[in-house]
Design a protein around this ligand. Structure first.
Ligand SMILES: [Fe+2]
Ligand SMILES: [Fe+2]
Length: 241
């Protein structure tokens, strides 16, 4: 993503998803097919990067130009708990995209899912940075969030292209609402955490909108309910563990 060096403000993201053409060739038109090994290397590599904390953002930290305002222990504890939840959500996002990409039949959709996952690495890194600033740690259950989300991503991917995109759109809609609830809960003066969450919210809205434009189908109320329940289990647990 392009940034303005003077302000350090992340510029808007390029489209994550584009409408899929009827001709399902590689984006470069090569028609190259991925081997099973090709397909397994990317998720294994990304799982290691995500869970080891090696994944690094490519955009500036949204809070870079903002002074620290949190001094009270209770406020810092609240902010780091919320950011631990958000970090766990970003671990899950990486796994969902990888799971969906692994089973995607369209090479173009697969590339788009992997590219969207790369965009989400920024969020993962920003959340980890903020947690560290606040003297906290990321969730100890990261491997569990990753494994469970990877399986859910595969299920969504196996449901077909439109439903896979629909899953992205619905996930992002729920994440935007979830981030809004965090903005309400945060200490009012915590401008650093707010800047990070607001940028994440902008990006997530963009991911969801582009998935819709690319042809996402509406998920059933049962699927939406299942997603809400699993997200709730993760967010409640990751807050403390
Ligand atoms: Fe994200
Ligand atoms: Fe997203």
């Amino acid at each position: 993503m392009i940034t303005t060096a003077a302000t350090g403000t992340p510029a808007s993201a390029p489209p994550s998803f584009a409408a899929l053409p009827a001709n399902r060739q590689q984006p470069d038109g090569s028609g190259r097919r991925y081997s099973v090994l090709d397909r397994l290397i990317a998720p294994a590599d990304q799982a290691l990067r995500t869970l080891s904390g090696l994944a690094r953002s490519t955009r500036p930290y949204p809070a870079a130009q903002i002074g620290e305002t949190l001094t009270e222990d209770a406020d810092r504890r609240l902010a780091r708990g919320l950011m631990r939840v958000n970090h766990a959500g970003e671990v899950a996002a990486q796994a969902l995209y990888q799971g969906q990409a692994l089973v995607a039949t369209s090479p173009i959709l697969r590339e788009q899912l992997l590219a969207a996952g790369r965009e989400e690495v920024d969020h993962l890194d920003w959340c980890a940075q903020r947690i560290e600033e606040l003297g906290g740690r990321t969730s100890l259950l990261g491997p569990l969030w990753y494994a469970g989300s990877f399986a859910i991503g595969m299920l969504a991917g196996l449901a077909g292209e439109q439903r896979s995109l629909g899953f992205v759109a619905e996930t992002e809609r729920q994440v935007v609402d979830h981030l809004q609830s965090h903005l309400r809960q945060l200490p009012h003066e915590d401008a650093r955490t707010r800047a990070i969450i607001e940028q994440m919210q902008t990006d997530e809205r963009h991911h969801g909108d582009s998935a819709k434009l690319a042809g996402a189908s509406e998920l059933s109320s049962i699927a939406r309910g299942f997603m809400k329940v699993t997200a709730k289990i993760m967010t409640h647990t990751a807050r403390w563990i």
